[in-house]
Write a protein that binds this ligand. Structure first.
Ligand code: PAF
Length: 282
């Protein structure tokens, strides 16, 4: 596995592969890799000639009171995992090479960025859209892979790539879960054993909301109430940021079911913020 730290060298390397007619699959990450990330890498491997993974803990997507400084970092472990998956190139820029002193261009996907997580993490999606745009411009992938776990992120990146006529095809891959259903996340490691046990309520809540939708005997208001009631029954949940039924394209809360409905939750357990979602058919 080749490691590249300098954006211009990454760009030249990609150009060389593309000129030779190779396809490039790209998995952008912030490191602390788990099976969720590796499922994206495996998919990219199966669909492309060359696989590039980036590890960059992007400072612009963290708010001032968020966990940028303590975000888990495990460079050695990550490199081992990527080598084992047969990744061709690890792109690992530092913050100065991504954001010069004069850096002043940011991308905001209006409308979508202030909803759901954006209402609680101001500026987060501007940071995400900006860094993903930069990474796509540097790596120039044929396909870029993202997890459905960060559903809002995928909707925003899709909008950005369409609006700005960007080239990469986006591939959204299913959420990978622990055996008890908890969606894999680098932040799960912040949870104490009691909090980790309590966190299982999130997926159970989404599953029973999905069952309620399928029963055909409810409406989004009932589903939202059931979701909130179940989350409130778990004493270790310190805050429910949102839980309910949303339009999967506009991310607006639904008054009546559509064929596809986005069930989405964001809660805090202690100080750890966890999100999950599922698409439920009516
Ligand atoms: O999903 C993530 O890990 C990050 O938001 C991403 C897409 C790598 C951008 O920093």
């Amino acid at each position: 596995m080749e490691t590249i730290r300098i954006p211009s060298i990454m760009k030249e390397t990609s150009k060389r592969h593309l000129l030779r007619g190779k396809t490039i699959g790209f998995v952008p990450t912030m490191g602390a890799l788990h099976e969720g990330h590796l499922s994206l890498v495996k998919r990219a491997k199966s669909e492309n000639d060359i696989v590039v993974v980036s590890i960059f803990v992007n400072p612009t997507q963290f708010g001032p009171s968020e966990d940028f400084d303590r975000y888990p970092r495990d460079m050695e472990g990550d490199m081992e995992k990527l080598k084992r998956e047969g990744v061709d190139i690890l792109f690992m820029p530092d913050a100065r090479s991504m954001y010069s002193d004069r850096f002043s261009t940011y991308i905001t996907v209006k409308d979508l960025s202030d909803k759901l997580c954006g209402a609680f993490r101001h500026g987060h999606f501007t940071g995400v859209a900006t860094v993903v745009c930069k990474l796509l411009n540097i790596v120039m992938p044929t396909r870029a892979y993202f997890g459905q776990k960060d559903f809002q992120q995928t909707v925003i990146i899709k909008r950005m790539t369409e609006d700005l006529n960007m080239n990469a095809d986006l591939v959204i891959c299913p959420t990978v879960r622990e055996s008890d259903g908890l969606a894999m996340s680098s932040r799960n490691g912040y949870l104490s054993p009691e909090e980790r046990r309590a966190a299982t309520v999130i997926y159970r809540d989404i599953l029973s909301a999905s069952d309620l939708i399928k029963s055909g005997k409810s409406n989004p208001v009932d589903v939202k109430k059931q979701m909130h009631d179940m989350l409130k029954s778990e004493p270790l949940i310190s805050e429910i940021q949102y839980a309910g039924v949303y339009n999967a394209e506009t991310l607006d809360e639904l008054n009546e079911f559509k064929k596809q409905n986005l069930l989405a939750i964001a809660v805090k357990i202690g100080n750890t913020r966890l999100i999950d979602n599922m698409l439920a058919e009516f």
